[in-house]
Design a protein around this ligand. Structure first.
Ligand code: WT7
Length: 567
């Protein structure tokens, strides 16, 4: 049985108070995400139910019940509190997908501090920019990532504590570094959770824009109201489900639907901390008897590439349905996965800024392959005319995807950058920065982004960040970075550069430049290709026209070049 019932009926009578009631929340009450994800589930009689099934490299397995995660959250929270971390301090999580990452997420929130999860694959420069922006006070990390922190600590006066979760006695520590091994710590039974309110800050996720540094998207504890209900109705999680969200919590999917949604519903979830391979993924589903799977279109396209035959080698009959987010889910991928898995495949659309799913397919709803589905109940979505910022009154046109502010998981600002936050609104609408059309049945059909941000395998890459890294190399005079088509990742990063006098283009120089920028960028943002140019296309005012380079890569019409400087 599905949680959904009649979608139409739900939309008609919808009110976010449905979620508030189920969570026993009333306006003005205390609301703490970590309490909802652990203590409350234990109070509801599920203390001994598995919360987390973890599988790491080399087949290491660990299991945690809801009582275990409650205690771990308390223990980590107490440790941080003893260090002097208080409410609204920023605590960064810089770890691979090991259990401590998930448990620390709860610990930080339990003391009312703000959790700042960052991909452990980030190089020191990417890490520095984000820690500096947030004025982060503590970072929880692993020994293997410590060298990156050590390289930048002198430039970060606010960063007072570096907490290492897998420290070995034999290794020496430096100033500000403290060991904390959860397995050796005495579990704390009774803990005073900080009484956060609806508008208390909770999670700070960094996202890339076209220009400027990455922006810190500030979420609040009230976001739970959206995350809980969307998880329940869209992912349709039920008590006996075994859920797998493949996203890293460095990405908002990995927190909203990889921690908060499932745990606030008391659902068992699995984490696989190893690289991608089709066989390993299928084996994991079979072994753990995963019933609901939330992933990214790139993963599906990679599975598609691995072929149909390998699917038959595993028993995947445990799956009930699958969902994805992050980038366009092409119709072929929907058709393919429905064929090989024989289950519905749900595309969902949202953003770091929206905090929860906005446009979506539901279990049981008619799926039109290639469409993102319809607006979630309570979400007022429209397509705005790009010229007037007024909603289109007729269907069939491509417009800017916009939402009426007011859903619970919406960001409250960009950290330290309220100006950029204000720019996201026009005529009372929140502008997503994406374009779409809508058909007569109310289904949205994504057509592209409204800016130059590159979406590679579901990860947003700022062309500006890559261009800046390139410009720091002594040989590079100018750079322009655009998306290039790719079969699996949809888009990959391509860089165009011009050289300073005295430098010769060639493979050797390309390798040197690549090695230089690798230290500054996340592996996801690394260009797949660097092309040397004599000059870059520019406007008369000297602005590089990425649009022209983009059109060339995609074999598209170049469009209006009246501002191009041909000299
Ligand atoms: C951007 C947001 C929220 C978790 C995902 C990433 C693109 C997202 C879809 C989809 C086409 C999609 C949009 C959006 N995107 N979902 N179903 N179809 N495009 O969050 O890193 O903030 O990226 O990802 O361009 O604006 P994010």
């Amino acid at each position: 049985m599905s949680n959904i019932g009649s979608l139409e009926k739900r939309i008609k009578n919808f009110d976010w108070s449905i979620s508030e009631k189920e969570l026993d929340y009333k306006d003005g009450n205390t609301i703490n995400i970590a309490w909802y994800c652990s203590d409350r589930i234990c109070q509801m009689g599920k203390a001994d139910k598995l919360a987390l099934i973890y599988e790491g490299f080399g087949g290491v397995e660990k299991e945690y019940t809801f009582n275990d995660i409650r205690l771990a959250g308390n223990t980590i929270g107490a440790f941080l509190r003893n260090l002097g971390i208080v409410q609204e301090d920023r605590v960064c999580l810089f770890m691979d997908r090991i259990p401590e990452l998930y448990l620390s997420f709860l610990g930080v929130l339990k003391i009312g501090a703000i959790v700042q999860p960052l991909f452990s694959a980030f190089g020191e420069e990417s890490l520095y920019v984000r820690l500096e922006n947030a004025q982060t006070r503590a970072i929880i990390t692993q020994r293997k990532h410590l060298s990156k922190v050590r390289k930048i600590i002198d430039k970060l006066p606010s960063l007072e504590h570096i907490i290492i979760v897998d420290h070995k006695e034999s290794k020496s520590l430096e100033k500000n570094e403290v060991p904390f091994n959860l397995e050796d710590a005495t579990p704390i039974e009774d803990f005073e959770i900080f009484p956060t309110k609806a508008n208390s800050p909770s999670v700070l996720h960094y996202t890339s824009g076209t220009t400027g540094q990455p922006k810190g998207v500030r979420h609040v504890h009230y976001s739970l109201i959206s995350q809980y209900l969307t998880t329940k109705w869209i992912l349709d999680l039920q008590d006996n489900d075994i859920y797998w969200c493949t996203a890293d919590p460095g990405w908002v999917t990995g927190t909203s639907y990889g921690i908060i949604g499932p745990w606030s519903l008391g659902i068992t979830q699995c984490v696989l901390n190893s690289g991608f391979s089709a066989a390993a993924w299928y084996k994991f589903i079979e072994k753990q008897k995963i019933t609901v799977w939330y992933s990214a279109p790139t993963a599906i396209r990679s599975l598609m590439k691995a072929g149909d035959e390998i699917v038959g080698k595993f028993d995947l009959s445990c799956l009930r349905h699958l969902a994805s987010v992050g980038e366009p889910l092409n119709a072929e991928a929907v058709v393919w996965s429905e064929k090989v898995f024989n289950k519905q495949f749900l595309d969902t659309y949202w953003q770091t800024e929206t905090g929860s799913i906005m446009i979506t397919n539901f279990p049981g709803m008619k799926i039109k392959p290639g469409s993102m589905g319809k607006a979630f109940p309570g979400i007022e979505a429209a397509l705005l005319d790009p010229k007037t910022f007024e909603p289109f009154t007729e269907h069939g046109k491509i417009g800017l995807i916009a939402f009426k502010p007011g859903w619970p998981a919406m960001m409250t600002t960009y950290w330290n950058n309220n100006e950029k936050f204000e720019e996201k609104f026009k005529n009372g609408w929140y502008l997503s920065g994406d374009r779409s059309s809508i058909d007569n049945d109310g289904y949205f059909w994504f057509t592209g982004r409204d800016d130059d941000v590159i979406n590679t395998g579901g990860h947003l890459v700022s062309p500006f960040e890559v261009e800046s890294a390139l410009l720091e190399h002594e040989a590079v005079s100018e750079s322009a970075v655009v998306a290039k088509p790719d079969e699996v990742n949809m888009e990959v990063v391509k860089a165009f550069i011009t050289l300073k006098p005295g430098y010769e283009p060639g493979d050797e120089l390309e390798l040197k430049i690549m090695n230089f920028i690798r230290k500054k960028l996340s592996p996801l943002a690394m260009p797949q290709d660097i092309e040397y140019m004599d000059s870059l296309p520019k406007t008369r005012s000297g602005k590089i026209m990425r649009r022209i380079l983009h059109a060339k890569e995609w074999g598209e019409e170049i469009g209006d070049v009246s501002t191009l400087d041909n000299e």
